[in-house]
Each structure stands twice: as structure tokens, then as C-alpha cells.
Design a protein around this ligand. Structure first.
Ligand code: 0WE
Length: 259
């Protein structure tokens, strides 16, 4: 049987465990025939990422500190070696703000932690896109996907500095799309509603947010990681060959509402 991603090679950043949005996307791509490399952040989650990667016969699993240009360069060198100098797909599902900055007042965010959130959550897309460019060019094009959230466009209580980082990320998607379009490299984002992941579970009031989406969104239901996986397979596929610089909302329609 020929599958939609047979012969495609991808790199996935941001898997932590089986509940991760990045894993839901990776699973769909792997089931479609893609060969996937993975990066993880820190020894704490190495084991769980290696197990998941092994279950889809990944040829490469490596640590990546996206705050380091040297580390990003090393990772993409390895990806080039693993995939014969070519890359078709890049999934960026990475974000971080200090836990104390996701509660209380945005006004109180210190300078250093403001830049930390933007560095990890927004600039990392730029550095990864730059490193992916030659690998994708050698394949005649590629598709880059990142994860964003409505809190980058509207004030969502407590999302705070992450909202500012997502605003920078959203703008980066558009400028990268313009730069990389001539090389047939597409850059898009999925704006997911709240999904119960490791990141989400440490956030106070997360169940309340899910309840609000279920009450106020047109579809009145919560969002699961695999809903994002399904949308991702579209944006990453050739079916979306003329889609770039945009955001696809997987949020039960919540973003369309004014009340
Ligand atoms: O982008 C996010 C969360 C990303 C995130 C999560 C954490 C938790 C653990 C970034 N940094 C950290 N740092 C940690 O120490 N979301 C879209 C989920 C989310 O997070 C919120 C939300 C929503 C929705 C925080 C406050 C309010 C709403």
C-alpha cells in the first residue's frame, strides 16, 4: 500500500511524553509512512522520548537546547547525516515560560524571563527554519509547522509573557513564509485550544479553561492532541501546497466568538 508520507523525512521538536501534541502529530506522520527524527529537552524526558521514537523506528533521537545556536546547528547536521542531506517536514512544538510568569500580573515579568520566553518559544522557530532551509532546498521544498495559541492575539488571563511570545511567533511565521516561499518551503501554524498535556497540567485553572471552551465554543467540545495531529497532516502534506504564512484554528471555533 502506498501511504501519503512514504519517502518523506521529518524532524519533530517538542515531544515530552505520549500526551504531547508533538507526539500526536508524529504518530500520524509515521503511520502515513514518514521517517522521523526527534529532539527532546533535557535528560528528565530522554527515556520517554526514546521509547516513543523507537516505536516508530526513528533513526535519530537527540537532545536539543534551542537557546543555543551551536546545538541547533549540531542537531541539523545530524539530521542531514541521518536523512541523506534532505528534510521534508519540520514540526516545532516548543515553548517555555517560567511557571511564576504564567500566574499573577504580566506587568511584573522581569526582563530576563521575558527574553527567556521569547527565545525558547519564538526565536527557536527562526533558528530551526534557517538550519532546515538547505536540507529542504535539496528536496525541492518542504513544510514547517509550529504551534500557537489565541493568547498571542487577545489577552488571555495568566497567559501573560507566553502571549507576547506567541505574537512574535505568529509574525515570524509570516516573515519566514515570505523568505522561504521562493524555495517552495511553506511555514504555517496551528492555533490549538487548550489540550491536556504535561505543559497544561501544571497550569492552575486549566480544567476551568476546558470548561469555558466546552460552554462557549460553537462545537461545545474540548480539543484533543489527535485533533491537532489530524490538522497537522493536512498542513504538512502536498494537499496544502499553496497554503503558507497562515494559522489554522483547531479550537472548536472558540476564536470566532465575541462572547
Ligand atoms: O502555550 C501554552 C503553554 C506553554 C507553557 C507551559 C508551561 C507549563 C510549565 C510554557 N511554559 C510553561 N512553563 C512551565 O513551567 N498553552 C497554550 C497552554 C496554556 O498555558 C496557559 C494557558 C493555556 C491555554 C497558561 C495560562 C493561561 C492559559
Amino acid at each position: 500500500m502506498t501511504r501519503p508520507y512514504d519517502g518523506k523525512r521529518g524532524l519533530v521538536l517538542g515531544v515530552a511524553n505520549r500526551r504531547s501534541i508533538a507526539w500526536a502529530i508524529a504518530k500520524r506522520l509515521a503511520d502515513g509512512g514518514a521517517a522521523l527524527a526527534f529532539t527532546y529537552q533535557g535528560e528528565r524526558i530522554e527515556k520517554s522520548v526514546r521509547e516513543l521514537a523507537g516505536s516508530v523506528s526513528s533513526p535519530l533521537v537527540t537532545d536539543c537546547d534551542v537557546r543555543s545556536d551551536d546545538d541547533v546547528r549540531r542537531v541539523f547536521d545530524k539530521v542531514g547525516q541521518a536523512f541523506d542531506g534532505g528534510l521534508d517536514l519540520l514540526v516545532h512544538s516548543v515553548a517555555f515560560a517560567a511557571a511564576e510568569d504564567l500566574e499573577g500580573r504580566f506587568t511584573d515579568t522581569p526582563r530576563e524571563r521575558f527574553w527567556l520566553a521569547l527565545d525558547v518559544s519564538a526565536y527557536s522557530l527562526v533558528s530551526c527554519a534557517r538550519a532546515a532551509e538547505p536540507l529542504m532546498e535539496s528536496r525541492g521544498g518542504g513544510s514547517i509547522l509550529t504551534m500557537t495559541y489565541l493568547g498571542g492575539e487577545r489577552a488571555v488571563p495568566h497567559y501573560n509573557v507566553m502571549g507576547v511570545a506567541k505574537a512574535a511567533l505568529d509574525a515570524s511565521v509570516r516573515y519566514l513564509a515570505w523568505d522561504l516561499g521562493p524555495k517552495n518551503i511553506r511555514v504555517n501554524a496551528i492555533s490549538a485550544g487548550p489540550v491536556r498535556t504535561l505543559s497544561a497540567r501544571s497550569i492552575a485553572g486549566f480544567p476551568t479553561m476546558e470548561a469555558i471552551v466546552e460552554e462557549r465554543s460553537p462545537l461545545h467540545r474540548h480539543i484533543e492532541a489527535d485533533d491537532v495531529g489530524a490538522a497537522a497532516t493536512f498542513l504538512l502534506s502536498d494537499d496544502a501546497k499553496n497554503v503558507t504564512g497562515t494559522t489554522l484554528y483547531v479550537d472548536s471555533g472558540y476564536h470566532a466568538m465575541g462572547m
